[in-house]
Ligand binder design. Structure first.
Ligand SMILES: *Cc1c(COP(=O)(O)O)cnc(C)c1O
Length: 375
């Protein structure tokens, strides 16, 4: 049996007719940028995420960058970022001229709140540049501990931008992620839980002034055609992406439930396998399982074995950000973030998408048990 790590084609039969109608309409009207499909999607997506406003942009990275720009983050500022995330979270900070300050993760792969507090206390005692914002990441679709993070943000006067690029529809304490901080940033990269036919992203916010500012920044700081109030960027969403996302959004609840069902089955199959750690559920957090990530003490051996059995796997992420060449100038060392560093050597992402079959998941479980037995 073949179990690819990701199988994007599987969802197409369900949605293609409706999408083709919309694409023909866009082509006939040569209305390729923003437009009615993007506007409708912005409204529908904001509603789905429990926010007042949505802003369609060109990627998740750009969503993060716009959010930080709208909050006035810039040169000399420091922004706390978890060290175990996709590099885009930190890049968005660097693109504003600010400096990312890394923090270790906890057993749930999200910001360790105790270490965040220590860091903020230390930073507050220093002279000169101060921490202005924190970007919690809801990694793998599991919400970060937003109640505690918001308490710390209030205590230290920090802005919060949530990186929800992997966490569409995830909830913490019954409230959708992306609505705790000033902005929630989402990615619609094709492999994400809600994926475009190309690059796309969005911000959600419930603050009207920030909504207006972010919309302005998305389009060169324009207030009316060729009149620019601030320096912005070209971060507009393409009409085609808005059209595709508007159709796919209707299925997101159903697809999310399937991911959650698959995770439950994986948990059952793997819970008692020696040497394998399944993802730890956190109280109050409803994960949407963008990724299903286990830990294995012989990760590389297991990965090679699964590959031989035609089971695709992934590593998210093999190198924490403080050990990336791109961030060498920040002067961190190996050993600075022990939890993230240990996880990076042990994590393994198993196939996870709505269209996986029960037989495929059972096959993956069986092969993992076989490998552990034969070790
Ligand atoms: C995918 C992702 C991004 C960036 O989104 P793009 O649409 O690829 O630019 C940022 N942060 C996290 C955690 C992501 O997974």
């Amino acid at each position: 049996m073949k179990v690819p790590f990701l199988e994007l084609k599987a969802q197409q039969p369900q949605i293609l007719d409706e999408i083709e109608d919309r694409l023909r309409d866009i082509i006939a009207n040569t209305a390729f940028i923003l437009g009615k499909y993007v506007e409708a999607f912005e409204k529908d997506f904001a509603r789905a995420q429990g926010a007042r406003y949505g802003i369609g942009v060109s990627s998740g990275t750009d969503a993060l960058h716009v959010a930080l720009m709208a909050l006035g983050i810039g040169i000399g500022d420091r922004v706390v970022v978890p060290v175990n995330t996709f590099i885009a979270t930190a890049e968005a900070v660097s693109l504003t001229g600010a400096t990312p300050v890394f923090v270790d993760c906890d057993e749930f792969y999200n910001v360790d709140v105790g270490k965040l507090e220590d860091l903020l206390r230390r930073e507050a005692q220093g002279t000169g540049h101060k921490v202005k914002a924190v970007i919690p990441v809801h990694l793998y679709g599991q919400p970060a501990r937003m109640a505690a993070i918001m308490d710390l943000a209030d205590a230290y006067g920090l802005e919060v931008v949530e990186d929800a690029c992997q966490a569409h529809l995830a909830q913490y304490d019954g409230k959708p992620v992306g609505t705790f901080g000033k902005f929630g940033a989402f990615s619609f990269y094709p492999g994400k839980n809600l994926g475009a036919f190309g690059e796309a992203g969005a911000l959600v916010t419930s603050d009207e002034a920030l909504y207006e500012k972010a919309k302005m920044i998305r389009q060169h700081g324009e207030i009316e055609r060729y009149h620019h109030r601030v320096i912005g960027h070209n971060y507009r969403m393409e009409a085609i992406q808005g059209a595709v996302l508007g159709v796919k959004l209707k299925y997101l609840d159903e697809w999310t439930q399937k991911r959650q069902d698959h995770a439950r089955l994986y948990n059952e199959l793997l819970r008692h396998v020696p040497g394998i750690d399944t993802p730890k559920p956190m109280a109050g957090a409803a994960s949407v399982y963008h990724l299903y990530v286990i830990q294995a003490h012989d990760r590389d051996g297991l990965r090679a074995y699964l590959e031989e059995q035609q089971i695709g796997t992934g590593l998210h992420y093999p190198v924490p950000l403080h050990l990336q060449e791109a961030y060498a100038h920040l002067g961190y060392n190996e050993g600075d973030f022990p939890v993230a560093e240990r996880a990076a050597k042990r994590i393994l992402s198993l196939p996870m998408y709505p269209e996986l079959t029960e037989a495929q998941i059972r096959y993956v479980g069986e092969k993992i048990r076989n490998y552990v037995k034969s070790e």
